[in-house]
Design a binder for this molecule. Sequence first.
Ligand code: NAP
Length: 523
Amino acid sequence: MICVPITARTKKEALHSIERSCQFADFIELRMDLINGGRLEEFIPIARNNSDSIKIIVTCRKKEEAAPAGRTVLAKSTARNSEEKIALLKEAIGLGADFVDIELAEGQAAIKELQAFCAKHGGKTKIIISYHNLKETPALTELKKIFHQCAKFKPAIVKMVTTARTIEDNLITLSLISYAKERSQKIISLCMGDKGGISRIAAPLMGSYLSFAAVEKGGHSAPGQFTVGEMKRINELLKSSRTVPEAPVLSMQRPQPQNYILLGNPVGQSLSPIMHNAALKQMNVEGTYSAFCVHDLRGAIQGMRAMNICGASVTIPFKIAIMEYLDDVDDDALKIGAVNTIINHHGRLTGYNTDWLGLVVTIREAMPIKNKTFVIIGAGGTARAAAYGIIKEGGFPMIVNRTLKKGEILSRKLNCPFYSLAEIGKIKADCLINTTPVGMYPKDKSLVKAAIPGNYKYVVDVIYNPIKTKLLKDAQKQGCGIISGLDMFVNQGAGQLRLWTGKEPPRALMKKIISERLNQIEE
Ligand code: NAP
């Protein structure tokens, strides 16, 4: 399990960093000694709104306890003494943090006080008792003694972190993991420093409870920490069965064809291959676009790297799951929480999202977005992309969804209203957008009664097969302007081609090809 330390200097950066980290990490550690400004009562709810499953650790090291991770200035809020630190950890317990970290050096009285406070608050928050040695790795007998001093308080986790002066120091600290396991004590054990990198890779494989990694370079909380991308690449290599041929090291003399793929399941009905192949030909790009029905996403990504595939589209059901296999995810895709496009740049895979732009460009061609209100039906990947684009353009989204919990989480994240499907008759807005698959060929269905579109000036359906869904037919009868998913499909595809080739795609040709094919299907 990966824990991302939040070490941002300002409150604004911290909030951004929390949002980003919740997409990747299993845990975040709020380093309250490093964040300048901002309070736990803001940070903890933001993290919960961004992820149902994220676990939150709250830590506040005193100046002399914090490892110098290239950071010399600590936050003004850094606890100056033990009283301030215990008060902050108690606040974290009151706010429902999953873990608080207290150093063994704080002493028995402070640790017991914190344990009693946890118990009084229902015991939801667990305690990590930690030992950090910023200078060296003591001998194993000494470390075992310290481990027992921590373990005697029966904490949820013992954390033992030393500084590696030699590569062999890693072996000493790592051996504590099996020692703790034999005593049924959960442990985090690793070495800091340039020579401690091996322990950060080996510790999770040996059973250390979690490993720390920064979202990006410069965001580390201790020397020697890897980024999440680096950790994942190393783990991929370690887990790989090595049956896939290595990518050629030397470049070929002749320019390689630029091949692209679609990763999804199912993909049999996808119209992306005919659209992208026609566009690549028109753009004079030598290469092909082929659909792959994926059963093993990790294997598919290994194959993509090994075969030097230049880029990929990602579709249902992998738009979220794909993120953990990529080296980087751009800011828009991270905020949306879904990737539909990958670029392979010399083996480094970066994820993007063109769905939001495809939809925004399509709506903008029919109506302005700024200061207009939009009801979005659905709370999946496309709904998130739609809401993101609308907010970015100055519009106001509202969410309507079948599953209340999913809809509520999304609307909390966007800070916008949420309604159940049963309540949709009560709402009026400038535009209604269906982002669910209901209405897709061959079923001529709509999620809302025929009169409902009358509450809107425009109605958008992201479905493009059929071009005119039942919802759009009902909307037309009510006198609304209608916008089909066909244009969004073409615009998101054009966005992918632009990212892959840097050239302007032939949108009119792409639309013509898809319309012709859809008309054949309907006949
Ligand atoms: P998703 O992440 O699985 O989300 C689907 C959403 O639809 C969920 O919120 C789900 O509600 C809701 N839903 C599904 N079936 C429903 C039903 N029978 N009744 C009520 N609500 C239902 O899927 P997605 O990636 O957002 O894709 C959604 C659609 O958009 C697909 O048809 C896809 O082809 C289309 N799309 C089109 C374009 C384009 O370019 N035109 C681009 C992207 C996607 P719950 O939360 O209750 O499960």
